[in-house]
Design a protein around this ligand. Structure first.
Ligand code: SF4
Length: 519
């Protein structure tokens, strides 16, 4: 270590500069040689090369006992996200505190917003004797301190492993006056060791609707002209939910979003801290029972909830993250069918402009090969849009993807000449995708921030179009749904393609004959 340090109070360096300074370089080298005792650089390089081979891919795909970088998170984070779309609602996670810190930071890192949630902070004694006392004290504290209009309860692994009964615990807590007897405390069991965040989302929405709509089937409830819409777990919810409301306004349709997080995850900086902002109100949630229909934007996020809506006598319709021209057409036609109103001229104009933009850029999209990963619905919507653009989705991968989902992807691929080289990989993870990309190269990867490690490894450029996006800012404020949203997605893909072409043609006197001003 050198005597003189590179950093002082007057000269503070960012970490990526600081750790390249001589004293840190020497420290890292010492750590490596004296403490890590790793394999030689040659051996690391040899194994690294082997992991890119067909031989390794076969072993990788035979793997059963371990999952490496799955494209999913655990149930409670989805439940928390769903709860935060209701007005004044405080998510209350029954279980361990560390889990809740993880959900909060995950959402905060994506939306760049503070994220409020509490936990019952179960520790060893609660794990042995049950968490009833944690629930009683926790609900009382949360109600008194944070003044919510509703507390939505979900669980972590710990509470589920010991089998805590939320319904009984909440009733007990109300008997002990933790919260008033008529205060809404919907709940959902969200065991994190099965399903994923999209199942947790479904469980929580159903839990909240059950709280206000009742458990028994009642097909004969009087119906209004209103249409409910459930967005599902969506990292672009701020832009998308606002776009959906704009579309409904153009249409003149009374559209009620159930779980609208768009304001809660986009609070203004005007001197007032908003612990809760916007969201579906309790009155709107109650009234939504009488809607004539409920639409889900993401089938795999709402399996149980849509069944529940059906049992209440509502028509239901489901989409798979509808993006692009055809996806938006189908959504608008469904709104027209359900409302009896024609698709407005203003939206038809937007459609024409999108088609024009696609035609303008089709030469750059045509034949480009893509890997797509993420939630099942996102993969379906993205694959469909790529096919529409003349691009070729090759590897489509979702850890939460089922056999049914694989068939849906295959049907999409079979319906287009651009789908000939594509295949769906349900239940697989990003380490599988790495093998796929090394053995069957693509031009671009579409996914989330976790794909940056794949990008570094495979040298295939990444386009961030789904949750979570931690290392880029503000994309979630722009819609990806509707014709305007499709245009945003198209621009994001094209920008990456053009950056790539520029980077590959910028050597003066060697490759710059293609470093064109006009693309
Ligand atoms: S998987 Fe279980 S332990 Fe891990 S964060 Fe989720 S609830 Fe907590």
């Amino acid at each position: 270590m050198t005597d003189k340090l590179s950093q002082s109070a007057d000269k503070v360096l960012d970490h990526y500069t600081l750790f390249r300074q001589p004293e840190y370089a020497a420290m890292f080298e010492k750590k490596k040689t004296e403490f890590e005792y790793g394999h030689s650089d040659e051996e690391v390089a040899r194994v690294s090369e082997w992991t890119k081979s067909e031989d390794y891919k076969a072993k990788n795909f035979a793997r059963e006992a371990v999952v490496i970088n799955p494209t999913k998170a655990c149930q409670p984070i989805g439940a928390m996200f769903a709860a935060q779309g209701f007005e004044g609602t405080l998510p209350f996670v029954h279980g361990s505190q560390g889990c809740v810190a993880y959900y909060r930071t995950h959402l905060t890192r994506h939306f760049k917003e503070p994220n409020s949630a509490v936990s019952s902070s179960m520790t060893e004694d609660a794990a042995v004797f049950g968490g009833l006392n944690n629930m009683i004290d926790g609900l009382a504290n949360a109600y008194a301190l944070y003044k919510p209009k509703m507390i939505a309860v979900m669980t972590t692994c710990m509470a589920e492993v010991i089998g805590d009964d939320l319904q009984g615990f909440i009733a007990n807590a109300k008997n002990k006056d933790s919260v008033p007897a008529d205060f809404p405390v919907p709940y959902a069991h969200t065991p994190a060791f099965v399903g994923s965040h999209i199942v947790g989302y479904d469980n929580m929405i159903k839990g909240i609707l059950t709280n206000f709509w009742g458990t028994s089937e009642n097909f004969d409830t009087p119906k209004t002209e209103q249409i409910n819409l459930i967005p599902g777990f969506d990292g672009f919810a701020v832009g998308n939910n606002r776009e959906l409301k704009r579309i409904a306004g153009e249409f003149g349709v009374k559209l009620q979003i159930l779980s609208d997080v768009s304001d809660n995850f986009d609070t203004p900086m005007d001197g007032e801290y908003r612990m809760y902002d916007g969201g579906t109100t309790i009155e709107e949630t109650k009234e939504a029972l009488h809607a004539k229909a409920t639409i889900s934007m993401q089938e795999y996020n709402t399996t149980q909830t849509l069944q529940f809506c059906k049992e209440k006598g509502q028509d239901v319709a489901k989409f798979n993250y509808p993006m692009g021209v055809t996806g938006t057409d189908e959504l608008l036609l469904k709104l027209a069918e359900l409302s009896g109103k024609p698709v407005p001229a203003s939206l038809k104009l937007e459609r024409g402009r999108l088609v024009d933009a696609i035609a303008d850029s089709h030469t750059h999209m045509h034949g480009k090969r893509f890997a797509v990963y993420g939630d099942p619905d996102f993969c379906l919507g993205m694959t469909r849009f790529l096919l529409e653009l003349g691009a070729e989705p090759v590897h489509i991968l979702s850890t939460s993807g089922s056999k049914k989902w694989e068939k849906q992807v295959k049907k999409l691929l079979d319906g287009s000449p651009f789908g000939a080289s594509g295949a769906a990989h349900g239940g697989k993870d990003l380490w599988h995708l790495r093998s796929l990309i090394f053995t069957d190269k693509v031009d671009y990867i579409i996914g989330n921030s976790y794909g940056k490690y794949l990008e570094r490894d495979t040298k295939v450029p990444l386009i961030r179009l789904t949750y979570p996006i931690f290392d880029r800012h503000h994309h979630h404020r722009y819609p990806t749904w509707g014709y305007q949203g499709a245009l945003n997605v198209l621009v994001r893909i094209l920008d990456r393609i053009f950056e790539d072409i520029d980077a590959n043609t910028n050597i003066v006197g060697q490759t710059d004959y293609s470093f064109d001003l006009i693309r």
